[in-house]
Write a protein that binds this ligand. Structure first.
Ligand code: ADP
Length: 363
């Protein structure tokens, strides 16, 4: 059977384990030898005990766990040619020519580069006497399927990334808790949620908590936002509301591209309205905890589809990313999605917010 390896890379997210589980079981179902690579690209480079064969039961009882049981890491060495050569050697040694990478746009970019370089890497390994001519021939093609694990829902091409829904559950639990205490004490709360380039979590959090104001990176507020914010908060209090909720994405900016922080907002509210105003930064709580039903199903479907894509791949198949389109799992060209995701971030740097929103499309 074919050799398949699955690994998780970059920031973790809930639902990655469901994806790992699906890859392993689907791979075994198709008669493949399936491997875990622990600690992302670092494990691929270090080899040895970091690349271990998985069996049916090694992925039992993991679907309900948050994070990733096989570990994730950031790895500078994989950005270097020498690092990737070591990784290629370790894969050839184990007969692995199919990779399922679960990560964000950085991890997927690395995978694409690896694929492009694969034959050069093997040629070098052959020349250095590290692999045989038979190995060079037998493992001449590398196949890649990517899955997007990210709580931010910041990837172009897919409606939902693995982990976003669970992160929203964490945020909603927290806002509900905040709302009840805010009500008792007539306070104003500013909640900072994750989202460096993408305001999805902030927008949905604002909608579902009846927030009064929301700050997101891709739609900076008008220049006189301080006044608009205060007017809005005051108006709500004047009609009898006992509290105010403001949601701010960690990457929120003004129209000059300068950050708007929770502390900036607090100062505006306190200076102008003298409201008792508190900040809650949710931070890593959003990444943690058990995956929601949606993320378990999403991870499972994406993992299964990734293996099917690899089974059907031939010499001319480019790396794909498995995406959710409506309720369908679809395969899209990996690099195009990565490029578009990077173009969105660039458009925001260039203060072209309409373009950013347009480029991001449905997600
Ligand atoms: P994410 O995948 O969540 O976007 P990072 O951007 O930190 O997270 O990428 C995770 C890892 O992927 C990096 O530590 C590195 O090993 C690898 N990687 C990222 N970008 C590249 C690149 N341009 N070339 C090679 N490897 C990369």
């Amino acid at each position: 059977g074919k050799g398949i390896a699955v690994f998780t890379s970059g920031g973790d997210s809930q639902g990655m384990n469901a994806a790992v589980r699906a890859v392993v079981r689907m791979g075994i179902y198709f008669g493949c030898k399936v491997y875990f690579i622990r600690e992302g690209y670092q494990g691929m480079i270090d080899g040895g005990e970091y690349i271990i064969e998985a069996n049916w039961s090694s992925v039992s009882s993991i679907i309900h766990k948050g994070g990733t049981i096989i570990g994730s890491a950031r790895c500078m060495d994989f950005k270097e040619h020498e690092g990737r050569k070591k990784a290629a050697f370790n894969l050839v040694e184990k007969g692995i020519t199919n990779l399922v990478v679960i990560g964000g746009d950085g991890s997927l970019t690395g995978a694409d580069l690896f694929k492009q370089e694969w034959s050069v890497l093997l040629d070098e390994l052959l020349k250095e006497g590290k692999i045989t001519a038979e190995q060079r021939e037998k493992y001449k093609s590398l196949f890649i399927a990517g899955l997007v694990g990210s709580i931010d829902n910041d990837f172009c091409g897919t409606d939902m990334t693995i982990g976003t829904d669970s992160a929203l559950h964490r945020i909603i639990e927290a806002t509900d808790a905040i709302v009840s205490t805010a009500y008792s004490h007539q306070r104003t709360f500013i909640m900072e949620v994750m989202g460096r380039h993408c305001g999805y979590l902030a927008i949905v959090a604002a909608l579902t908590s009846e927030a009064d104001y929301v700050f997101v990176p891709e739609s900076p507020p008008p220049d006189d936002w301080q006044k608009k914010l205060c007017d809005k908060l005051e108006q709500e209090r004047n009609v009898g509301q006992r509290l105010n909720i403001i949601i701010v994405a960690e990457g929120a900016i003004d129209r000059n591209g300068q950050p708007i922080t929770a502390e900036d907002i607090r100062k505006v509210v306190v200076d102008n309205l003298h409201q008792d105003t508190r900040i809650t930064v949710l931070g890593h709580v959003q990444r943690g905890g058990n995956p929601s039903a949606f993320d378990r199903v999403l991870g499972s479907r994406m993992g299964a589809e990734a293996v099917m894509a690899l089974m059907e791949a031939d010499e001319n198949t480019d790396p794909c990313v498995i995406s959710l389109d409506g309720n369908q799992a679809v395969r899209l060209p990996l690099m195009e999605c990565v490029k578009q995701t990077k173009a969105v971030a660039q458009a925001m740097v260039d203060k072209q917010w309409d373009k950013a929103v347009q480029l991001r499309g449905k997600s």
